[in-house]
Design a protein around this ligand. Sequence first.
Ligand SMILES: O=C(O)c1ccccc1NCC(=O)[C@H](O)[C@H](O)COP(=O)(O)O
Length: 275
Amino acid sequence: MATVLDGIISGVREDLGRRRAALPPAELEDRLGSVAAALDPMPGIRSADGVAVIAEVKRSSPSKGALADIPEPGLLARSYAAGGASVISVLTEERRFSGSLADLDEVRAAVRTPLLRKDFMVDAYQVTEARAHGADLILLIVAALDDVLLRDLHDQARDLGMTALIEVHDAAELDRALALDPVLVGVNARNLKTLEVDPGTVTALLPRVPAGVVGVAESGVSGPADVADYVRAGAGAVLVGEALVKDGAPEAAIRGFIDAANAARATLRAGAAGE
Ligand SMILES: O=C(O)c1ccccc1NCC(=O)[C@H](O)[C@H](O)COP(=O)(O)O
């Protein structure tokens, strides 16, 4: 039976076919020559205060429908950067998330923070496209890719100077992700087949992410307490969409996440010191 993820990917492939017909691969590649080099997000992520926040520009979603209009994604991105986000994620999928590459362009023009193109990557063309529109990172969803394509897209991103966030949902997918020798692995609390969000998926899998690889807790953050839970489970970064786009003060919300992460770390340190 076709899953939600299958349905999303079939739409993504159709839209991709349309874009590729309008701009053939060779012409897209020519555009790479006029784009600034990709930023390396890892120093900022690794040295983030408390937790690295990956703040997402997300207008709507299959699970929740419309979330926020976001008429000026660049303005929202500036608030995210001012709040201390280490990376800004821009959902570019059009049919279910109401995003676009134009959003990525606007955000790129507005901030110098590393940018993640968040989409359902199934083809090398999309990776080239991400870089041509100024993205520094791409998302690779293990559940959507076989091992050969996963490695090819991962290698392509690296060759373009980009960083891949490899997303997993269970132990078998984590093993496939770790075979790539990644720097950034995300555990998504959202089951992409049922759309149910279970933070327990994240807290169970993050401890299995090896030292040296940054574990990203994705989905299910509705407030600072959730960030603290994820940090206690080993998250070096949290990826947050809905809670930020619906908050009237995203800058303060990000600061609140960072404060909660610092408080959780202080408690962990005190526990380790036997206080
Ligand atoms: O958000 C959805 O409903 C969704 C459905 C199917 C595939 C992916 C989906 N979301 C992508 C994401 O992973 C989230 O946008 C991201 O982790 C942020 O989640 P949240 O903070 O819960 O908005």
